[in-house]
Design a binder for this molecule. Structure first.
Ligand SMILES: Cc1cc2nc3c(=O)[nH]c(=O)nc-3n(C[C@H](O)[C@H](O)[C@H](O)COP(=O)(O)OP(=O)(O)OC[C@H]3O[C@@H](n4cnc5c(N)ncnc54)[C@H](O)[C@@H]3O)c2cc1C
Length: 507
């Protein structure tokens, strides 16, 4: 009798332990405020991660919350307007575009609005040394099976367009049964651990982060993702230091109307104050990113639109000595009536004395499209802690001169998804730090390499000192003649060298 009782007690204990273990490692089924994955930050990285998880057959049962402080209604309702482009754009590598396709987001892009370009002209504003990247020169078998992306260096796309496509994809995943709650206009106020937490059905939440929103909602996260940008509250909660510095530079952006319909070529000229880039958006339009000293950024935003157009044309054609003279004149006297004729005269001299390939001329800027952003370098000392992972700008921020920041963020998203798939296949708890280590080790060094390369380029070109200018001119000219090395650089920058840790995506 006693032995039968003991055996039944031990069976019950075993059952309880198994149930508890099952609840600990399986997906959250019921409790309203407990989620398998809570993503803080509905920017591109956070929304892409929600899509990537929700569209993966092995992860689609996970209960996900996507929390965003801003109102996403306008982004969800975005539609393209002819001849009007947002000033916030990114250049997406074919590698990133292929990932977006695999998670089903590219179906929701507006046809023709993400502009692929095949050529890139980069030159030194001090010495004139130049390097020309031409994607059509790549070995077709190296890059991609798809003809368009094989010949594409990158795609220019508006941030809102990209985010719109991801939100639409998320809506589609929800309609197909994915358990994704989007909490918009919901700001995270605090994140903490509540050691005494336990839900009704016995799910052990004691070591799960608890996210408190300003509207008093609280969410328990088996895995908490910081996709919440450079000032990441999630990173602060996890006591992860962010290392780096602020550049003495701002990125001035604007939408430009050009005198040419060419939409295949991107142009970037390195000036001693920072690079200026003209990136093709579509026929006759380009997006500009001009990295420059903060006081010049202020000047560029306050001068008249006509003077701004003159300065942009000058920045792609004239010497930095001429530019310094224009800045001083504009600084002293905001009205500089002879600017247009002075730029035209110098431009005429250049045209007659060199046969340099030059970008199209800017004829107008889109009204109210000028804005500027302080430029920073940051890398978190770790990308993970127990039940926490950081992706995108929350993990790292880089100088935009190589257009890689968000591309790195999307590589993080893909890598983390792959690790979660692997954990799910092995029956692991997806918040377990030992599992998350796979993500950190896949991404940390790769991100540091890219951030350091951008930083070095910024410093190398940020001087007109003779020996350095001569050396970089020699380096650029040599590189321009080394097709195989150039191809390798191009493939790296296009994101086609990296295939992710394991293949997991559904589409
Ligand atoms: C001038 C410029 C040009 C660039 N060009 C390129 C380019 O060509 N190619 C490229 O790949 N990258 C480029 N970048 C970098 C790119 O823009 C960023 O890497 C990318 O936008 C970061 O996306 P994210 O989703 O990680 O972060 P964010 O876009 O910063 O999103 C974070 C989100 O978290 C939300 N959030 C923050 N705190 C809270 C809170 N407490 N509660 C709730 N929500 C919160 C925010 O509202 C925000 O929506 C450029 C950057 C600049 C400045």
């Amino acid at each position: 009798m006693l032995s039968r009782l003991l055996s039944s007690v031990s069976k019950t204990a075993k059952f309880n332990t198994l149930t508890r273990l099952y609840r600990k490692y399986s997906t959250v089924v019921n409790p309203n405020n407990a989620y398998d994955v809570v993503i803080v930050g509905g920017g591109v990285a956070g929304t892409a991660l929600a899509c990537s998880i929700a569209s993966n057959p092995l992860l689609k049962d996970q209960r996900i919350a996507l929390i965003e402080a801003m109102d996403l209604t306008n982004t969800l309702q975005w539609s393209p307007q002819q001849d009007i482009y947002s000033n916030r754009t990114v250049s997406l590598t074919p590698g990133s575009m292929a990932f977006l396709k695999r998670i089903g987001a590219t179906h929701h892009l507006s046809p023709g609005r993400a502009n692929p370009y095949t050529d890139m002209q980069v030159w030194d504003g001090v010495t004139g040394a130049r390097i020309h990247f031409d994607a059509t020169s790549l070995n077709p078998h190296d890059a991609s099976n798809d003809v368009e992306s094989r010949n594409t260096i990158a795609y220019m796309i508006e941030n809102t367009h990209l985010q719109h496509a991801l939100l639409k994809r998320l809506e589609q995943c929800r309609a197909e049964g994915a358990q994704v709650d989007i909490l918009q206009r919901a700001r995270v106020s605090t994140i903490e651990k509540e050691p005494m937490s336990d839900t009704d059905d016995g799910l052990d939440l004691s070591d799960w982060p608890v996210v408190h929103l300003e509207n008093k909602t609280k969410l328990h996260a088996r895995l908490l993702i910081g996709a919440d940008g450079i000032n990441s509250p999630v990173r602060k909660f996890a006591c992860i230091e962010s290392l780096g510095w602020d550049y003495d530079a701002h990125g001035v952006v604007a939408t430009l109307k050009l005198d040419s319909l060419d939409h295949q070529t991107a142009w970037q000229r390195f000036l001693p104050t920072g690079p200026i880039a003209m990136l093709p958006m579509g026929e006759g339009y380009a997006s500009m990113v001009w990295s420059t000293k903060p006081h010049l950024a202020k000047l560029l935003k306050t001068i008249s639109e006509e003077d701004f157009v003159q300065l942009v044309n000058a920045a792609f054609r004239l010497s930095h000595v001429d530019l310094d003279y224009f800045y001083k004149q504009l600084d002293n006297d905001k009205a500089f009536p002879s600017l247009a004729s002075e730029v035209a005269w110098r431009d005429d001299v250049i045209n007659k004395s060199t046969n340099e390939i030059l970008p199209p001329k800017v004829v107008q800027i889109q009204q109210a499209s000028r804005a500027s952003f302080p430029l920073k370098l940051r890398n978190s000392e770790r990308y993970i802690s127990d039940r926490v992972a950081l992706v995108g700008d929350a993990a790292h921020t880089t100088h935009p001169l190589a257009g890689q920041g968000l591309n790195q963020g999307l590589l993080d998203v893909e890598s983390l998804t792959n690790v979660l798939v692997q954990g799910t296949l092995e029956g692991q708890d997806i918040g377990n730090i030992n599992l998350l280590r796979g993500y950190a080790s896949d991404r940390y060094i790769r991100n540091i390499v890219m951030i350091s390369a951008c930083d070095k380029m910024h410093r190398l070109f940020g001087t007109d000192a003779a020996p350095i200018a001569w050396l970089r001119s020699f380096g650029l000219s040599t590189l321009n003649n080394l097709d195989s090395v150039k191809s390798e650089i191009m493939k790296y920058a296009m994101g086609v060298e990296y295939t992710g840790a394991t293949s997991s995506s559904s589409q």
